[in-house]
Design a protein around this ligand. Structure first.
Ligand code: PGA
Length: 246
């Protein structure tokens, strides 16, 4: 039985007072929940959130980490530093990083390795664009991203994978539950070929315009184990409802 997992990706949003109200309201709105829950604010606010989350069972994650452990790399933040300040999770290979920062599968693989070595749980993001889906390439694109990132990892234990179709991110378009389930089942099969022992325990999250209104039908699919939530995670009540639905 896989424990549901819901992760908030704040992206480049937030400010001191806003964050304080959001986290406080979220913790108040969060009822009994079966899902594990992780908040990923921008680097600048990790320390603030670590304090705000205090003794709650909500965990802290970062949105990215460096592919290098240390050195003269201005602007980079290492996985070990994230671990050192209390992060347990890190998102790797988000499509916005692939698109705006030209992150290749090789770079994503190096980041995954760094995250695992530092003791962080990496959340690998994969997903196709609209053009790729229309050209019938959705599965081949996702498979190439998975193989490119995972083939050299010694162990897939503890990793999570988020399927985020690029056309559904921040657009209000959501993959239908059936479309998402089909791709999740496909991803689990690809993982099974790489690491049969971990394929059934590995958690697969859906991401792309997840809201309180569509979360339950997505989570009802057998291979959807939770969500990576952008926009709706900036609304305390909406995000608490999504965690509650998982
Ligand atoms: P969205 O973002 O929920 O705003 O579509 C999801 C993501 O990019 O992780």
């Amino acid at each position: 039985m896989r424990q549901p997992l819901v992760i908030a990706n704040w992206k480049m949003h937030g400010k001191g007072a806003f964050n304080e109200a959001l986290v406080t309201d979220f913790l108040t709105a969060l009822k009994e929940h079966r899902a594990e829950c992780v908040l990923c604010p921008p680097f600048a606010y990790l320390g603030q959130l670590s304090e705000l989350l205090g003794a709650s069972d909500v965990m802290l994650g970062a949105q990215d980490c460096s592919h290098i452990d240390q050195g003269a790399y201005t602007g980079e933040v290492s996985a070990e530093m994230l671990k050192d300040i209390g992060c347990q999770w890190v998102i790797v290979g988000h499509s916005e990083r692939r698109q705006y920062h030209q992150e290749s599968d090789g770079l994503v693989a190096a980041k995954l390795g760094m995250a695992q070595r530092a003791g962080l749980v990496p959340v690998l993001c994969v997903g196709e664009t609209q053009e790729q889906r229309e050209a019938g390439q959705a599965e081949s694109v996702v498979k190439a991203q998975l193989l490119g990132a995972l083939s050299d990892l010694p162990d897939l234990n503890g990793l999570a994978i988020a399927y985020e179709p690029v056309w559904a991110i921040g657009t209000g378009l959501t993959a239908s539950p059936a479309q998402a389930q089909d791709m999740h089942a496909f991803i689990r099969d690809v993982v099974r070929d790489l690491d049969a022992g971990n394929a059934d325990t590995l958690r697969l999250l859906y991401g792309g315009s997840v809201k309180a209104a569509n979360a339950a039908e997505l989570f009802a699919q057998s291979d959807i184990d939770g969500a990576l939530v952008g926009g709706a995670s900036l609304d305390a009540k909406a995000f608490a409802a999504i965690v509650g639905a998982a």
